[in-house]
Design a protein around this ligand. Structure first.
Ligand code: PMP
Ligand code: GLU
Length: 394
């Protein structure tokens, strides 16, 4: 069949996280016993009190098109959440609700970036950033960080990456895939550099905000001089285990919020009505209602570090948030395992899938070719079994 795909889509890569999850599903359907540690998706059910409010919303006939930027009372709840959790004063007209944080990120890219603008991405970065930036005809500029600096970008590295074309910096903290959390002092260091470059905007992706084991999440928008140039992205997929309900949001300068609303009005319209009603309930609840999931992730992080630490060749940092470990496995490169030549992280991830029946994701997709990403959003039993299979295979 001839291929008439646009150049735009032909140039895109497929999301590596979703592709690996699909591959694992396919192998499972063929009867293989695959343990999936590729997808960043909590394995918990949505808490009952949130489900109840969605059921109520159906009975209350929340069935019409929603306002493009989100229900007014949801935006008020988000504004209150920003104030309560982050000490940020985003007015409702600075907030846009979207169909997942992924759409929020896409909106921002389309609204802020022009052809050839540069976007600094401290690597490793979340897999979709670079393709979203490219879809907006801008240029991702990777700043390599390694395990020695806990995968965090230093102010000097930021300074060195800035050119007259730099328009934005995008990063996540807690970070997907490294689990690293920037401290207040570290963010102040980055802000100090940005002070000298007032035309650069920052996307701060805080979707793992609550899954933070050191405590004390810091938003860069709260640092002196940063509020009017930061787009704070967040959502309910991770902390509330609501991945499939597809709600994300931004707090941003008003002109950016307006642009996102204009764009969304021509693309998806307002986000799902029932899910928005349920998110009001989720965001108004005290954090104590979701603490059990965070405690469980913390326990699993410790377990995974302990078990992987027993395998020669896995070099690990101690992730302080999110639910991933990102081991450097470059010690295996150049070796042959069970007749398979391992030359890079993609070979290694594929080897683990085929010889250990464990799905992980290659670090190449995140801008770091020495590492693989392992999601520990899985049961303790699955994690123990997966790591013992990995150990046996290497
Ligand atoms: N940012 C990061 C860092 C993520 O890991 C994810 C995971 N899906 C997203 C954004 C997108 O989340 P959502 O499900 O809200 O689209
Ligand atoms: N963000 C999750 C991950 O990194 C979900 C998959 C995706 O949206 O790409 O695995």
């Amino acid at each position: 069949m001839s291929n008439h795909l646009s150049d735009r889509v032909q140039k895109m890569s497929t999301s590596a996280t979703l592709a690996m999850a699909a591959k694992a599903r396919e192998l499972r359907n063929e009867g293989k016993d695959i343990i999936g540690l590729s997808l960043g998706e909590p394995d918990f059910n949505i808490p009952d009190f949130i489900k109840e409010s969605a059921k109520q919303a159906i009975d209350d006939n929340y069935s019409s098109y929603t306002p493009v930027d989100g229900y007014a009372d949801l935006k008020k709840a988000i504004s209150n959440k920003f104030e309560r959790d982050n000490n940020l004063e985003y007015a409702p007209n600075q907030i846009v609700v979207s169909t997942g944080a992924k759409q929020s990120l896409f909106n921002v890219a389309m609204v802020v970036l022009n052809l050839g603008d540069e976007v600094i991405l401290p690597a490793p970065y979340w897999v979709s950033y670079s393709d979203i930036v490219k879809l907006a005809e801008a240029v991702p500029v990777e700043v390599k960080t390694g395990i020695e600096t806990d995968f965090k970008m230093t102010p000097a590295q930021l300074e060195a990456a800035i050119t007259p074309r730099t328009k934005m910096l995008w990063f996540s903290s807690p970070c997907n895939p490294s689990g690293s959390v920037y401290s207040k002092a570290e963010l102040e260091g980055l802000a100090e550099v940005l002070k000298k470059h007032p035309n650069i905007y920052v996307v701060s992706d805080e979707i793992y905000e609550h899954i933070n084991f050191r405590g004390g999440h810091v938003s860069i928008a709260g640092i002196d001089g940063m509020f009017n140039r930061t787009i704070t992205v967040n959502g309910v997929s991770k902390a509330f285990a609501m991945t499939g309900w597809r709600i994300g949001y931004i707090g941003a300068p008003e002109w950016i919020a307006k642009g996102c609303t204009k764009l969304q009005g021509q693309v998806t319209s307002g986000a799902n009505a029932i899910a928005q009603r349920a998110v009001i309930t989720a965001l108004e609840a005290p954090k104590s209602k979701i603490q059990y999931m965070i405690d469980e992730f913390h326990k699993r992080r410790d377990l995974v570090l302990e078990l992987l630490g027993e395998i020669d060749g896995f070099k690990l940092n101690v992730p302080e948030g999110a639910f991933y470990v990102f081991p450097d496995v470059s010690a295996f490169f150049g070796r042959t395992l069970h007749g398979v030549a391992i030359n890079n992280a993609s070979d290694f991830a594929m080897y683990l899938l085929e010889h250990a029946n464990v799905a992980t994701v290659t670090g190449e997709a995140f801008g770091n070719p020495n590492c693989i990403r392992i999601s520990y959003a899985a049961s303790e039993k699955e994690l123990r079994e997966a790591i013992s299979r990995i150990k046996a295979a290497v």
